[in-house]
Design a protein around this ligand. Structure first.
Ligand SMILES: Cc1cc2nc3c(=O)[nH]c(=O)nc-3n(C[C@H](O)[C@H](O)[C@H](O)COP(=O)(O)OP(=O)(O)OC[C@H]3O[C@@H](n4cnc5c(N)ncnc54)[C@H](O)[C@@H]3O)c2cc1C
Length: 387
């Protein structure tokens, strides 16, 4: 057993930390206030070659694994960028995964090089208002007409839609069969045609810089060449991006927790009340120490799941557990950081309130804590399915 990073992983960690830390907390405060997409940050990561991290070398990327992608996202978040910095970057990392694993050679050649350079900006169209977590109930339909599909329907929480050039889209191509509810869904990687897709932004709790939207698809035409893998097996192809997504978002939550903890510890050393630094009180110190311990544990689970995925081993239980523990640990660290700052924790100027708002997301998305516990109850413990 070896818990050490390789030399290459250590180098990635250092380089990304240095690049991410060149964007100070005030940059993110400004982006949050103005709700402007952080293009300068994304371009800096494109120039550094980081966006093509998981794209195979044959298609212009670096051919690295989910472990390295997780290291990149952790350092972005630990630098204080929060979800505002991590989300735009992670869209280059897990949505292309089904294309890499199941896409035709033609699809890979047409799209992956653009993902690696950052020219292609992706959105991920799975969630729908009437289906929620039960993806088998999505109602967006793609009907085959000759050499193309025509798509009509509605998606919700489509992140990045205001910027996207392309979308990974899941749609029904055959009626739902209760015996096989996840069959008959097809995955497409296709240009985001604004003549056929209307976008309505959702005002939300955090990450104002990165838009989330309702989208209305009306007669979108998709050539058959843009189908990812097999028609009717889209949900199963999508699964190859869901475990990486859980690992990556999990480690983002750890990184955000670390950024908040770093600020809180600094503050606890400097803030004098009753003639002593507040960190001298165990009521302040212990929650910070506990938050540190929980972040360490959650990170270990994220890295174990990434290691399993990269080794081609099953990692459903570990990826779900990683997301579960990381979302809790990240949230607790940010909450403790706000508390440590007292009233100033509520002020934007001290930055922990932004991290606190942003980290809350991971208990809900990409999969809720309850659904993770459902998965573990059923698939790990063998308990009867409850729903
Ligand atoms: C900021 C943001 C960005 C997002 N970005 C994207 C994106 O880019 N693309 C995309 O496709 N989706 C995206 N999502 C959607 C996200 O994945 C879903 O919100 C999430 O999976 C939960 O689905 P829902 O909101 O429909 O909740 P629902 O399915 O309506 O569930 C509501 C609540 O009930 C609970 N619940 C439901 N059924 C059960 C059950 N059987 N047992 C126990 N509890 C249950 C859920 O856990 C949840 O707490 C995003 C969401 C947010 C908030």
């Amino acid at each position: 057993m070896d818990f050490a990073f390789t030399e290459q992983q250590e180098l990635i960690r250092k380089e990304v930390a240095s690049l991410a830390r060149s964007f100070p907390a005030d940059y993110w405060l400004e982006k949050d206030n103005s709700a402007e997409y952080p293009w300068e940050f994304v371009r800096a990561f494109a120039q550094g070659g980081w966006l093509g991290c998981i794209v195979p070398e044959a298609y212009g990327g670096s051919g690295l694994g989910v472990t390295e992608a997780a290291i990149v996202l952790h350092e972005i978040c630990a630098a204080g960028a929060g979800t505002s910095g991590a989300s735009p970057v992670h869209f280059y990392m897990f949505p292309p995964m089904p294309v890499i694993k199941h896409g035709s050679e033609d699809l890979k050649r047409r799209y992956l090089p653009g993902v690696a350079t950052g020219e292609i900006v992706m959105s991920f169209g799975v969630t729908e208002p009437n289906a929620g977590t039960d993806t088998s109930r999505i109602e967006t339909r793609a009907e085959r007409r000759g050499d193309r599909f025509v798509v009509n329907g509605r998606k919700v929480w489509n992140t990045n839609a205001r910027q996207a050039t392309h979308m990974l889209l899941l749609a029904r191509t055959a009626p739902r069969d209760p015996a096989h509810p996840f069959a008959g869904l097809t995955l497409f990687f296709t240009p985001f045609d604004r003549a056929k897709i209307a976008v309505k932004e959702i005002a939300k709790l955090g990450r104002a810089a990165v838009d989330s939207n309702e989208i209305f698809i009306d007669g979108l035409e998709i050539p058959v060449e843009d189908v990812v893998g097999e028609v009717g097996r889209g949900f199963y192809h999508l699964l190859d991006s869901l475990n990486p997504e859980r690992i990556m978002t999990g480690i983002e939550a750890v990184g955000i927790g670390r950024a908040a903890l770093e600020r809180a510890v600094q503050y606890a050393k400097q803030r004098i009340v009753f003639d002593r630094p507040i960190g001298q009180n165990q009521a302040i110190a212990h929650p910070l120490a506990l938050a540190w311990a929980k972040l360490e544990t959650a990170e270990l689970m994220c890295l174990k799941a990434a290691w399993l995925f990269d080794g081609g081993r099953p990692c459903g239980a570990e990826s779900n557990t990683a997301k579960l523990l990381a979302a809790e640990a990240g949230f607790e660290a940010c909450d403790v950081a706000v508390q440590t700052h007292g009233g100033y924790g509520y002020a934007k100027e001290f930055h922990v309130e932004r991290l606190f708002r942003e980290v809350r997301l991971y208990k809900i998305a990409p999969v809720s804590q309850q659904m993770v516990l459902n998965y573990l109850s059923e698939h790990v413990l063998g308990l009867p399915k409850s729903y």
